[in-house]
Write a protein that binds this ligand. Structure first.
Ligand code: HEC
Length: 651
């Protein structure tokens, strides 16, 4: 339709008002227009929706209207017939003529600095940055040079949750050094609407940054932070254990994200349009999903939550093209299967063992290294006597088939919620005089482990916190040497580390030049009380309660560990408290970046631990930093509560 005809239509519609208002229009004007505007083009209270309904079927619109959306869209009780009329009316909302306040589809031809032209639809535009979608569906990020444009992109990406398959969280970029880090400043900020405590590590692929929240993904120009598209879905009322989302996986033109109701969804990474949607598990059985998926070969691997709610954990792989399941590994075996003898009692039915942090991958042996979470019920082991395989384990799985190569269990028969969902870091290094393929793992239970990643054998296991009450060490057989009387009781048992763990899912990092492993730790203890309880759909399955032990000296300490001896080379005690969940990033220039307890994004000297730079965000951390190179400049980015902040050196 030409703009002129549209304009005429708009005039005619205006002239027809108010005689011919349909039931749908009346409903819209009474209920929705206050926020979305009388023409659906948005106001300061809500975004435009005239251009959003095409992407949603009627059922999806009904869910949005009846459940609301996290970003401030209220829930409405609308009778069925009114909803049908309202939906029909929503579908008639049109783009306005250029003068009409909304943003019509603008086609444009721009001239590049080499005098070639580029034609497409304008996606966004600022004073200096400009984004266009060409007819082949690709997005182009442009920068203004007088009246022409320069195309820009990233040359070093952060394409997965960990940045690479090994989980080292180590960047070889070298612009930001010990000397100039003091000049590091924020380049841009993007605020995710109504979001707090985001756990996402953003991904950057081909100049585009992807940031996620629960049932939400936004694509940004990684050099300016400008929004390119946004995808969202209403939250699932009653879904368990999915209060966060940690990121996406990318392969080719597709990206993959999990939802709060344990679906895995494929989107077009240039438009945010949905390609397929696969249910990994029935959420009514207390499943959710939060972890960033991982793409390997033609598969995308997705995990689930449910350790607190007693789902039966698994890891599964799906075909990237079709969304069809390729394999599934159950972390709690069924009766008769290998490992089932480690479950005596009824909790085998609802044994937990979730898979909610992204694993790592060794392409040489085509092996996935994926850690698993705690058994259920959480604080009461009476109905699950035995080791409870494969909870609190590191699994080595064949990536093509999901077949188990080996496993190592950090905390057999866990009663303290010590998920082993800390990141398994793959390193090839000289170890005790021999070149070895290692996996490094600092566990929530307070021990640091070096395993041989070809067979899962423990090469080294060392306590890394000061007070650890449950075990005196790890024996030659790889099993913890338990101390007596550490079981939760009705009256309460004091155990260290606390339920938050000696460390947790936030990222550690490894610098091959220093040989040091940098990770955030808590000195903190809990009182664990045991109780009875039955598994119920829609309810947590805790079997007790936990609280922070009174009178303890809680500390948050960044530790640098020599991986060949398991001794702490240096440690940095952060601002008072032990509640910040910020991860680390190591650089080839000898820096460690980390989210500090007091809310600062900070850099320390990797060899000495001396603090060299801080940037106060005054937010509580739940996320880990990442790095990329965009338009020739090295950036670091981190999600501080609801804000994505990108840092770079000044020009
Ligand atoms: C109090 C303000 C308010 C009212 C009233 C309101 N909305 Fe919304 N709506 C929002 C906000 C804010 C968002 C964006 C939500 C977010 O970002 O999470 C939104 C989002 C939406 C979306 C999703 C758009 C997308 O991106 O796909 C739809 C559809 C929608 N609203 C429809 C309606 C309808 C239909 C009504 C009337 C029944 C209505 N809204 C009334 C505030 C409102």
């Amino acid at each position: 339709m030409s703009l002129r005809i549209l304009f005429l239509l708009a005039v005619l519609t205006a002239a027809a008002y108010p005689q011919d208002r349909s039931a749908g229009q009346k409903s819209f004007e009474t209920r929705c227009a206050i926020c979305h505007g009388g023409d659906g083009h948005g106001t300061d209270r809500a975004p435009a929706i005239y251009n959003k309904t095409a992407a949603r079927d009627n059922a999806s619109i009904a869910t949005v209207v009846r459940n609301g959306l996290p970003g401030g869209m209220p829930a409405f009780q609308v009778p069925d017939d009114e909803l049908a009329a309202l939906t029909a009316y929503l579908r008639t909302l049109q783009p306005a003529p250029a003068t009409g306040g909304g943003r019509p589809v603008v086609r444009e031809t721009i001239t590049l600095t080499d005098d070639k032209t580029m034609e497409g639809v304008m996606v966004a535009r600022g004073l200096t940055d400009h984004q266009i979608r060409t007819d082949d569906g690709k997005l182009h990020l442009l920068r203004r040079v007088d009246d022409k444009y320069r195309e820009v992109t990233s040359t070093v990406d952060w394409p997965t949750f960990h940045g690479d398959m090994s989980g080292n969280r180590y960047t070889t970029m070298n612009q930001i050094t010990k000397e100039n880090v003091k000049n590091l400043g924020a380049k841009w900020v993007y605020t995710v609407r109504n979001a707090q405590g985001l756990q996402d590590t953003p991904q950057v692929v081909g100049g585009i940054m992807y940031v996620t929240n629960v049932n939400f993904c936004v694509a940004l120009d990684a050099g300016s932070g400008r929004q390119l598209w946004q995808w969202m879905r209403p939250s699932t009322q009653g879904a368990m254990g999915a209060g966060s989302n940690r990121g996406v996986a990318v392969a080719g033109d597709r990206l993959f994200i999990v939802t709060d109701n344990a679906h895995l969804v494929a989107l077009n990474r240039y438009t945010g349009e949905q390609i397929w949607d696969t249910e990994m598990a029935d959420w009514h059985q207390n499943y959710g999903a939060t972890g960033a998926p991982l793409t390997v070969g033609n598969l995308v691997i997705g995990g689930v939550t449910g350790g607190e709610a007693g789902s039966r954990g698994f890891l599964a792989a799906f075909d990237q093209t079709t969304g069809k399941e390729a394999w599934r590994f159950w972390t709690v075996p069924k009766a008769g299967e290998p490992g089932s003898e480690t479950w005596q009692g009824k909790d085998q039915e609802h044994g937990g063992g979730p898979t909610w942090i992204t694993g790592t991958y060794d392409p040489q042996t085509d092996t996935l290294f994926w850690p698993t979470g705690n058994p259920a019920k959480e604080y009461n082991g009476d109905d699950r006597k035995g080791d409870n395989l494969y909870t609190d384990c590191l699994l080595a799985l064949d990536a093509k088939t999901g077949k188990l190569k080996w496993y190592y269990q950090f905390t057999p028969h866990d009663m303290y919620d010590w998920d082993a969902t800390e990141i398994p870091v793959l390193v090839d290094a000289m170890f005790q005089g021999q070149m070895r393929k290692l996996v490094l793992h600092a566990d929530r239970n307070g021990f640091f482990y070096v395993l041989d990643r070809t067979n899962g054998k423990v090469l080294l296991a060392k306590q890394f916190i000061k007070e650890l009450t449950w075990a005196s060490g790890i024996g030659a057989d790889g099993r913890p040497i338990l101390k007596p009387s550490q079981e939760p009781t009705a009256a309460g048992t004091r155990v260290c580390p606390s339920q938050d763990g000696a460390t947790n899912f936030y990222s550690p990092s490894f610098n091959p030049a220093t040989g040091l492993f940098y990770f955030q730790t808590f000195e903190k203890c809990s009182i664990y009380q045991k109780a009875e309880g039955d598994w119920v759909a829609g309810k947590n399955y805790l079997g007790g309660v936990q609280r922070v032990a009174p009178g303890g000296k809680e500390e948050h300490i960044l530790r640098a560990m020599d991986i060949s001896t398991g001794t702490t080379k240096w440690e940095l005690t952060e601002s008072p408290g032990a509640n910040g969940w910020g991860g680390t990033l190591a650089t080839a220039t000898g820096l460690v970046f980390f989210g500090e307890e007091g809310g600062a994004f900070a850099a320390a000297d990797a060899t000495t631990g001396k603090v060299l730079w801080t940037f106060g965000t005054n937010q509580g951390w739940k996320a880990s930093p990442m790095a990329y190179m965009f338009d020739g400049k090295e950036y670091l980015a981190v999600v501080a509560s609801g804000n994505v902040i990108a840092f770079a050196l000044g020009d």
